[in-house]
Structures are given as C-alpha cells and as structure tokens.
Design a protein. Sequence first.
Lengths: 162, 162
Amino acid sequence: MIALGIDPGTRVSGFVIFKKEHRQVHVLDFGIINLPAHRELTDRVGDFFTFFKGKIEQFGVTDIALETPFLGKSALNYLKLGYLRGAVYILTSHYKLSLHEYSPRQVKQAVTGYGGADKEQVARMILKLFPGLAMPKKFDLTDAFGVGMCCVWASAQPIFHK
Amino acid sequence: MIALGIDPGTRVSGFVIFKKEHRQVHVLDFGIINLPAHRELTDRVGDFFTFFKGKIEQFGVTDIALETPFLGKSALNYLKLGYLRGAVYILTSHYKLSLHEYSPRQVKQAVTGYGGADKEQVARMILKLFPGLAMPKKFDLTDAFGVGMCCVWASAQPIFHK
C-alpha cells in the first residue's frame, strides 16, 4: 500500500505519502503546495490536479485518503473544496486507486486515541511520531498526516520510519 | 469562438457546442451524457472529465459557459456539483480556455428577453430557435443551450443554423 493523504485547500494544501510494508510504515514524501491567490481559480485547480498526478505517477500511489467534507460557514469555500475533491476523484478513477474518507473524529481517534481531541493535540502527536517534520504554521501538513495515518494504521500499530 | 455550454449533473449532463462566425451561430454538436448511478461517483466524475476533454479537442473549443451555482436544499448535491465544476476548471486551465458564468436570471433574459421566465418558457424558446432538437424529458439540454447562448449572443443577434 502506498497511501497519499491530502488536506486540500484552494490556497494551501498539505500532503503525505506513506508506504506500508508488513507492519512498517515509511514516509516517502510530504509537503505543502501553495496555490497563490493572484492565479485564477481555474489555474489553481489545474495546478493542484497536475501536482498530484505527478506524485501518483512518481510514487505509484495505490490509495488516497481525504477527510469527510462538511458545510461550514462559507458555502463558497465548500464549493471550492468540491473543485479540488473533483480533481482527486478524476485521478482516483484514472489510476484505479482506492479512495478512503475519514471523519475528523476518526482522524483524531487514530492519531491521539481520543475522538474529541483538538487540532493542537493532533499536531503535537504527529510531531512526536515524526520528529523530523518542521513545525507547520498552519495545520495543513499535520492534518494530511492525520488522514493518511488513518489509512495505513488500520491493522496493527506500525513502526514509523522517516 | 467555439463555445461549449454545459449543464452539469452527476446523473445527467446536457451540453451544446456553438460556433460563432461573424454574426452567425452554428450548432456543431449537442447532447446528453448519462452517468449511471451504479458507477462509483469517482468514475462518474472521471467519465465526465474524459468526455469533455474529448469534445474540447475534437471541436477546438475556445470558451466554456456554466450557470452560476447556488446552494439549494442539498449541501451534498452542491458539493457533487463542485466535483464536476472542478473537472471543467482543470480543462479550462489545461486548454487555456475562457470560462464564463451566467446567473439563471441572465440566461432567462438572454433566451426569452425576461429574467423572471420559468424553465418551461426557456425550453419552449430554445425549441423554437432550434426546431431540430428532440424535446428533452428534463431540462438538462435546454439549460445547456441557454447558458451557451449567453456566451455567443453577446453582440448582435445571431442567426442560428443547425
């Protein structure tokens, strides 16, 4: 299993690529994509699509993990999230991947053992598991790790290697 | 200008391709795409993407017209519409097209001369302008014609040819 966890955003997206082998989980790649606000939204969605198309081909991704979306205060942001998720759906279909969705509660439960944990606690736990990670200013990266871990952490507790 | 008007839907989508030359508008292609419910949503979004990628390449589309989305009763349908619009955004960016959005009111105004017209009136007017069209059971096709006409009907009143 090569799992790509994504925290999509029209400005900043976080991602991680895990490789699961036996009971071990390796981090193959991770990072942040900035989609600058001065670019047209069409181009930002296009860049997001091209970026992850490249990652899927480069690492032979088999699974993608996303958090379940919810309608927050802004209907427009919800729709824009749909644009990015649409890009993920097209890639899932094209490369015949498995797409997994986890609720925020499942992610928190998987990472911290407590479904009611706050974002800071999730981030702290991720940084404890992956001490090599630079502390992100926002939660885009730790959120991507969280949802990716849900995907690879299904069976026994894996040993993580950077 | 080769304009593609789309009325996107996760089950049924309507589309039309207009060619505008001088003051004349020709219909190059039109139809309905059925995305069967038994297919995974990822594959339906993928099929939608592949279908319009093919049409854009085949006809050398330069412009795409969509109706402005609005959040109706179902937040989930709104999100799913976002998936399809995301596909359109990726194609717009990739082929360097112009993407146009028109409100339902603008479409009604353009087609019937009255922004408060109902869907039936829009459909009747479209069928009058394009007598060769088979009467659709739903409004997917006439809606696609309506939004496509907004795009090509900007300057003088064109003469339509099937």
